[in-house]
Design a protein. Structure first.
Ligand SMILES: [Zn+2]
Ligand SMILES: [Zn+2]
Length: 397
């Protein structure tokens, strides 16, 4: 089969690799109908996530059709159209029983590595380094899905692939981030980063009852989408002082909750940004927390900081004094996608939300190297790229 493979920093190629096989009775094989490049794939592309190996298959956002099941699978059958959540979860451990699927104790065979770094392990993730289990990803024609009964969620007939593709990661991620804000009526929620997760976080915050939502970015196209599609007020951080503007918008108090949809590759301006860039380049610091520092400064006293953006290691100059003095709550973590797919799929089915507005590029899988380049450089107004493996195989045979 054809698959998007990692060969080092900025080196992505589409290779012919062996088809995946059922290895365990609880496995299923899914033929991929649609897959995406995620903002967090760019962390792999840019070489920020350790433990990648030459030839690893990328991709953790994919939907498709079940073509084979192991003897222990009863919840799905061949021919079912399914959404595949990006974390792999066993369904039986203490964390899975609490619906904290992304913290599953049993799905990461390389848990020792993460335990050494973080003190404990998280769930395995498709196509996201050996630290996260070394699973082959979904930017491919076929994928092996472990614990198929727990992971795979059937898609109602009337929904097409594009309507459900973002249930694999970014919509639940955005929704969990908004839910973690504990939104009450009349609240203002500010979102740093109007990429795919940020835009859907603005929408989710509205669904959950936020009175006012504010999107912060520097790309005019993203701010325009935030304003038009999410009814957000917007701030271009290259033109305005973000903290001051947010305070002016909220009667001097600051937003009730702030969402960091940027993560460890934050851009910024001035001396602080230069400092983080140098430290990250010299590998003294893993993550550039410019956005996070600003969130902490802007948030109102007693407010909540929700962090769906990915961080991988140590951050420097974390204003812990401000977190303490202002009595802030920090909520973070990978998304418990399995928990969110059924209710969010119902919202899509009901027409309460349409997430397809973020798609800017539709490419065959064969064009993945170009897709990564465009997305990384934010060229052509790129927000979200979806790729079709079927179109790819037609092009190559
Ligand atoms: Zn993703
Ligand atoms: Zn588990």
């Amino acid at each position: 089969m054809r698959a998007v493979c990692w060969h080092g920093k900025h080196n992505i190629q589409v290779d012919t690799v062996p088809d995946p096989q059922i290895l365990n009775p609880r496995d299923a094989i899914v033929r991929v109908a649609l897959t995406c490049i995620c903002g967090s794939d760019l962390h792999l592309y840019n070489g920020y996530i350790p433990s990648m190996k030459d030839g690893d298959i990328l991709g953790h956002e994919f939907v498709g059709e079940v073509v084979e099941i192991g003897s222990g699978v009863s919840g799905v059958a061949r021919g079912d159209r399914v959404v595949v959540p990006f974390p792999i979860a066993c369904g039986d451990c203490w964390y899975c029983k609490q619906e904290m699927y992304s913290l599953c104790d049993n799905s990461n065979p390389n848990s020792w590595a993460m335990e050494k770094m973080y003190g404990d392990t998280g769930a395995g993730i498709f196509g996201y380094s050996h630290l996260y289990g070394g699973y082959s990803g979904g930017q491919a024609e076929y994928v092996r899905v472990p614990f198929a009964d727990v992971g795979l969620k059937k898609i109602p007939d009337q929904l097409d692939w594009e309507q459900v593709i973002f249930l694999t990661d970014i919509f639940p991620t955005a929704y969990q981030a908004a839910e973690q804000c504990g939104i009450r009526e009349g609240d203002t929620v500010a979102v740093w980063g109007c990429g795919p997760v940020g835009l859907l976080a603005l929408k989710s915050a509205r669904l959950l009852g936020a009175h006012k939502v504010v999107g912060i970015d520097r790309f005019p196209k993203r701010l325009e989408l935030a304003a038009r599609e999410c009814q957000a007020e917007v701030i271009n951080y290259e033109e305005t002082d973000v903290v001051e503007t947010l305070h002016n918008m909220t009667g001097g108090r600051g937003p009730d909750a702030c969402i960091d949809a940027v993560g460890m590759e934050a851009q910024g301006t001035g001396i602080e940004a230069a400092y983080d860039n140098v430290k990250q380049t010299l590998k003294i610091e893993n993550d550039r927390p410019m956005a996070l520092r600003q969130l902490i400064k802007a948030c109102r006293k007693g407010g909540t900081i929700s962090i769906p953006g990915v961080y991988s290691g140590f951050v420097d100059k974390m204003p812990m004094g401000a977190v303490f003095a202002k009595g802030l709550t920090l909520r973070t973590g990978q998304t418990h996608v399995q928990k969110y797919v059924p209710p969010l799929m119902r919202l899509v089915e009901r027409g309460a939300i349409d997430t397809t507005f973020i798609i800017t590029h539709r490419l065959p899988l064969e064009d993945a190297p170009m897709g990564y380049r465009i997305f990384d450089h934010k060229e052509e107004g790129c927000i979200k790229i979806v790729m079709n493996p079927l179109a790819a195989s037609q092009a190559t045979h």
